[in-house]
Every structure is written in structure tokens, then in C-alpha cells.
Design a binder for this molecule. Structure first.
Ligand code: ASP
Ligand code: MG
Length: 280
């Protein structure tokens, strides 16, 4: 079992999504859990939708959300033929849920609405990638991670109930791999026991992927990025920045702690606990 994670930059448009297809094709007959972020800057765009909604600017919120919808539809059109209509059905469910909420007036706290709106980014991106892989003949199963990752209701920074989540993975995720080699799901999001969506903190998808690697006893976690690897400095600021070929867990934690944008700091523990290598 391998766990792959693709960040927002790696699925930001139809060409990048095609590239995901190429990568996955290189691993035929491997069992793979693929964890994906929202496309490009979608999370930021959905944050703006939330802000407008919470400020009582309903029309502006709907307008901003419409832009997010159109962008996803545009990319999907480039990728899909036979799988386009089924994807639209799935999309419409997600769209309706958000629009229904946007037509209301805010009566609860900001963070609650943030999570209900922002989680859609990952639901849309994973739906497109899953449909595209099916379209090119890579059989896979899309999974709503909110049925698996149980969290508390600390919205925007929810804590995962590890024991409950492990049980869901054993009972609901492992059996899916008897029917298909590839399961596609969302990073960054979860769900409370009251069926409310939650998020795990910005850039939380690495952490989701690490938890899957831990709970599925994966042989390794691969985080695909649109850079070649981990560097000892930001190449935009230091022309002589160099690639680092190997690091131990403590060194990665230290780098993240001192501000390197390499990997979400929470990501390392679940890997270290089971000695699972991380490949960037
Ligand atoms: N989409 C979320 C974000 O932009 C989570 C992630 O990318 O890891 O923060
Ligand atoms: Mg990201």
C-alpha cells in the first residue's frame, strides 16, 4: 500500500490533472490511497465567500461562489467526455449545499461557516480527479473522507479522534481495496459526530495523508509537489539553495519549526511512529 498526496498546485488546472494521470499510470497494480487538496487557490477563494457571507453580503458571497463553480466546470470540460454528466450530478449536490447555506443569515460563529463552505474545495477537486482517472481507464473509487475522519467541533482547527478514525479505516476503507486498487479522497477536512464538516487548519492535507499512511500501514507516503524536492533555503531568495537528498524525522521537524515551508509540522509524527518513509 502506498499513500500519495497531491497539493493544490499539482491539480490547479486540467493540464496538471492530466499529469496526475501520467504519474498514477506509472504504478500499475499498486494499491494506492490518493489524498488531494483543493485546486490551486480555491481555499483562498472560498475564504472570501465565507467572509462576504458572514458580513451579510449575500449577493457578493453568491457571486464569488459562482466564480469558484465556473472555474471547476471549465477545467472539467477539458478533461471529461463520458464522465462529465455523472460528475455534474456530484457537483450539483456540493453546489446546492453551499448555496442553500449562503441564502441563510449567519446565526452561528464564523469558524463553523468557514468549515461548511471551505470544505467544498477538496470535495470538488477530488471528484474531478476521480472522474478523470476513470475516464482514462484507471479504475478508482472516490471516498468522502468525512465518513472516515471523525473530529471534535473545534472548527478550523479540528482535532481528529484517532481511535474512531482507525476503526473507520479498518471497517470502511480497507475493504474498498478488495474491489479497486485506487481510492481517491480529500485532505484537510473531517466531520463531527453531528455530521458537521470540519477543517484541520490551513495546509492540513499533508497531515491527512500522513494519518492515512499510519493507519493503513503504508510502505511510504509520497508528497508530489511542483518543485523538484526539499531544499536547504528558499530558491527565490537564495540563488545558491541546494537540494537535500535525505533527512531524518527530527531534522524535518526542526526545519518546519524554524519556518521552512517544506512540510506541515504535524505531518511527521504519524510517520515517525510507524517508521514510514516520506518521499517528496
Ligand atoms: N486546501 C487547503 C489549503 O489550501 C489544505 C491544503 O492544501 O493542504 O490550506
Ligand atoms: Mg496546499
Amino acid at each position: 500500500m502506498k499513500v500519495f498526496k497531491f497539493g493544490g498546485a499539482s491539480v490547479s488546472n486540467y493540464e496538471k490533472i492530466r499529469n496526475v494521470g501520467f504519474i498514477v499510470q506509472h504504478f500499475p497494480s499498486e494499491k494506492m490511497m490518493i489524498v488531494i487538496s483543493a485546486m490551486g487557490k480555491t481555499t483562498n477563494a472560498l475564504e472570501k465567500v465565507t467572509d462576504a457571507f458572514f458580513a451579510g453580503k449575500k449577493e457578493e458571497a453568491l457571486q464569488l461562489f459562482r466564480a469558484v463553480k465556473l472555474q471547476h466546470l471549465d477545467e472539467a470540460k477539458f478533461l471529461l467526455v463520458t464522465h462529465f454528466n455523472p460528475l455534474m450530478e456530484q457537483f450539483n449536490n456540493f453546489f446546492t449545499e453551499v448555496e442553500w447555506l449562503l441564502h441563510d443569515k449567519p446565526v452561528r460563529e464564523y469558524d463553523y461557516y468557514y468549515d461548511q463552505i471551505v470544505c467544498v474545495g477538496e470535495l470538488l477537486s477530488t471528484s474531478i480527479v476521480s472522474a478523470y482517472l476513470n475516464e482514462i481507464g484507471i479504475n478508482n473509487q472516490w471516498l468522502d473522507v468525512r465518513d472516515i475522519f471523525r473530529t471534535d467541533d473545534n472548527f478550523r482547527d479540528a482535532t481528529i479522534d484517532l481511535a474512531f478514525t482507525q476503526q473507520q479505516i479498518d471497517e470502511q476503507v480497507k475493504p474498498v481495496f478488495n474491489r479497486t486498487n485506487i481510492v481517491i479522497t480529500q485532505g484537510f477536512i473531517g466531520c463531527t459526530d453531528e455530521n458537521e464538516s470540519t477543517t484541520l487548519g490551513r495546509e492540513g492535507s499533508d497531515y491527512s495523508a500522513a494519518l492515512f499512511a499510519n493507519m493503513l500501514d503504508a510502505e511510504h507516503l509520497t508528497i508530489w509537489k511542483d518543485v523538484k524536492g526539499v531544499m536547504n533555503a528558499d530558491p527565490k531568495e537564495f540563488a545558491d539553495a541546494q537540494y537535500i537528498s535525505e533527512l531524518n524525522y527530527d531534522e524535518v521537524i526542526e526545519m518546519a519549526y524554524y519556518g521552512a515551508q517544506v512540510i506541515h509540522p504535524k505531518t511527521i509524527k504519524p510517520l515517525q511512529n510507524k517508521n514510514i518513509p516520506l518521499i517528496v
